[in-house]
Write a protein that binds this ligand. Structure first.
Ligand SMILES: [Mn+2]
Length: 411
């Protein structure tokens, strides 16, 4: 599987090029304590290895394609303190790369290549920036140093090419996401069952955490568990307030399985019963959520999906007493309805690129009425097919009757 993916990278690399992917390093947090290591997702996508300080190199010349993995030398003392580094045979077994070298040889390997005479200049390729952040990665500094030594060398950013590959998910990737979604479902049910008046947001959150750890899953991202007015703050993450009777609680959360993420939002009444007003607003968001699934298909863009939601709200919001006194939809719904999902929660994508079969995106309309302490978001994860889409999270309950019945009777 990883070899197949690397072949696809070779396909888009220019002739006479050296592509590099760094697994990354965890920065230090305090003293000798590091942040948890989080592997670079493109490196992982191409190797299946999630260890620090490794480099994947793909060399494309007229004569052949060469793949080298650079690893850290095994250090028996370090092994006693923090565990062993990955060894060559393990790395080969996971990634299918037979040419494994020690990372001390990285610089000399590159220098030897750049020194070698070719009729065509070398191109150094790497993911040099995230479109949306415009933030240079350390790879760019490294490439620039080589360029100073070898002025003929060209540098190419392959971020968009990698995004195009990663946007189309394989069956294995979808299966991992389905597992992440199933565990997320179990976690949400545990929260609904534990919910009661005056419960603290972080206590409710802990029920989700327990299910994830019990299922050997990690969190896809920091959980949002927001009651009452807190739910009207989009990225509320404090989760440290006590709920009040009658509150709605909005949860936006997800498990990660094999680095594949679920991203789900549900909104339910803390006491197990919606008020008439909450019901009215919830039904509208639910209709928007279902409408997006009707529209999502190959050829449509995320921007178009969002426009459908805005049009829908423009038409429907007056029926629930909103859009008075010059208010606009954006006063009650101010985020986008969708993003790509995969190895990253906001997965790599290309802006305004039409959807294709195999894409996985979220469907997450919301409505936030601060004056009424009502914040509602309903988020599903959907997979684009040849002629429409499939809801991967259809098992996670969202109908009012279902939620009320489950919360009151546990079924
Ligand atoms: Mn989301």
């Amino acid at each position: 599987m990883y070899k197949e993916r690397r072949e696809k990278v070779f396909d888009f690399l220019p002739m006479n090029s050296i592509a590099m992917f760094l697994s990354g390093n965890a920065p230090y947090q305090v003293g000798d304590e590091k942040y948890p290591f989080d592997v670079n997702r493109s490196f992982y996508y191409l190797t299946g290895i999630d260890r620090e300080n490794l480099v994947l190199m793909l060399i494309k010349t007229k004569n052949n394609n060469q793949t080298i993995l650079f690893i850290e030398p095994f250090d028996p003392v370090m092994a006693k303190w923090v565990g062993g580094k990955i060894q060559a045979h393990e790395a080969t077994e996971i990634s299918g790369i037979s040419d494994v070298r020690f990372i001390d040889n990285l610089d000399s390997t590159i220098n030897r290549l750049l020194h070698s005479t070719n009729e065509q200049a070398w191109t150094l390729c790497g993911e040099l920036s995230k479109q949306e952040l415009k933030q240079p990665w350390p790879l760019a500094d490294m490439f620039n140093e080589y360029k100073q030594q070898y002025p003929d060398v060209m540098i190419k950013n392959i971020f968009a090419d990698m995004a195009r590959l990663r946007m189309v998910k394989s069956k294995e990737e979808i299966d991992n996401m389905k597992k992440a979604i199933a565990v997320t479902n179990a976690g949400i049910k545990a929260m609904m069952q534990a919910s009661r008046d005056y419960i603290w947001e972080n206590e409710l959150e802990a029920y989700f955490d327990f299910v994830l750890k019990s299922e050997q899953c990690k969190h896809a991202f920091y959980t949002i568990c927001a009651s009452g007015k807190n739910a009207t703050v989009l990225h509320y993450g404090e989760n440290n307030c006590q709920s009040k009777p009658g509150d709605l609680v909005l949860v936006d959360l997800g498990a990660a399985y094999g680095y594949y993420n679920a991203d789900i939002s549900r909104t339910f009444p803390i006491s197990g019963k919606f008020t008439a007003r909450q019901r009215e607003v919830y039904e509208l968001v639910l209709r928007a959520n279902k409408m997006v699934m009707e529209k999502a298909r190959p050829g449509v863009t995320l921007r178009e999906l969002n426009n459908y939601v805005i049009e829908f709200y423009e038409k429907e919001l007056p029926s629930i007493g909103l859009l008075q006194d010059g208010d606009t939809v954006r006063d009650y719904y101010f985020h986008g309805v969708s993003h790509h999902l995969g190895l990253e929660t906001h997965d790599v994508s290309i802006l305004d690129y039409p959807l294709q079969a195999g894409n996985v995106i979220t469907d997450e309309p919301g409505l936030y009425i601060e004056a009424e302490d009502i914040g509602i978001r309903i988020e599903d994860d959907i997979m684009i097919t040849e002629d429409g889409c499939i809801n991967l999270s259809s098992e996670i309950m969202k109908e009012i009757d279902e939620i009320e019945s489950f919360m009151q009777n546990g079924k």
